[in-house]
Design a protein around this ligand. Structure first.
Ligand code: PLP
Length: 218
């Protein structure tokens, strides 16, 4: 944990960025409360989970012991889980279609709770992957900001596994800049330093902090 924290700060410095401009999200998916507790005790207060139900099982109790902990949803969201997601999470990184955007708008209104969101872009246009197709991105971003008045913090991507991540990070940064969006949620254990070089404001790091996941979860 401490090592990853130091590495994020070092990477930021070497690319002329302020360390506090890069938020390290510790991705605790598949790990139980006993594994998460030491990371909280080490001072980490921003965590990412990819499943609403799994997060509901472990975070309410952990948060009682560690108030002020911020929880980010980094996995795909189903509209029937939007209400629970709005109640539990502080930031949603995976808005990628009209149905989800609308469900979030409506649940946030009902809960009187406004969450910052990231729009997920399928930068590699991979058929099996979540995210807005790059060609649909400009319209969808405008729809979320202008029509739904969502608090769009920025863009998020997960580069194709067999591609050079830097190309996707660079593309996402350009797209965000074009829309005047400051936030960039990009970079995981294998490539967070590269992501920081390309302007990441939020890196999502799991295995480098918690160790390998067994069984592997997506
Ligand atoms: C699991 C996951 C991560 C963390 O992956 P690591 O390679 O373990 O760092 C980051 N982002 C998303 C969307 C994930 O699902």
């Amino acid at each position: 944990m401490t090592r990853v924290h130091a590495d994020v700060a070092t990477a930021a410095q070497s690319y002329d960025r302020a360390a506090q401009d890069v938020t390290l999200i510790a991705v605790s998916k598949t790990f139980d409360a006993a594994a998460i507790r030491p990371v909280l005790e080490a001072g980490q207060r921003v965590f990412g989970e990819n499943r609403v139900q799994e997060a509901q099982g472990k975070w309410p109790a952990l948060r009682e012991d560690f108030p002020g902990t911020e929880l980010h949803l980094i996995g795909p969201l189903q509209s029937n889980k939007a209400k629970d997601a709005v109640a539990l999470f502080d930031v949603i990184h995976t808005v990628d279609r009209e149905k989800i955007a609308k469900a979030l708008r409506s649940e946030m209104e009902k809960a009187d709770r406004e969450l910052p969101v990231f729009i997920q872009i399928n930068t590699g246009a991979e058929p099996q992957k979540a995210g807005v197709a790059p060609s649909d991105a400009p319209d969808f971003i405008s729809y979320c900001i202008d029509d739904l008045k969502l608090d769009v913090a920025g863009l998020m991507c997960i580069p194709p596994i067999d591609d050079t991540a830097a190309i996707h990070f660079g593309f996402l940064a350009t797209l965000a800049e074009r829309h005047g969006l400051a936030g960039l949620s990009m970079g995981m254990s294998a490539d967070y330093e590269t992501a920081i070089q390309f302007g990441a404001t939020h890196v999502r790091v799991g295995s480098a902090i918690f160790g390998a996941r067994t069984p592997p979860a997506k």
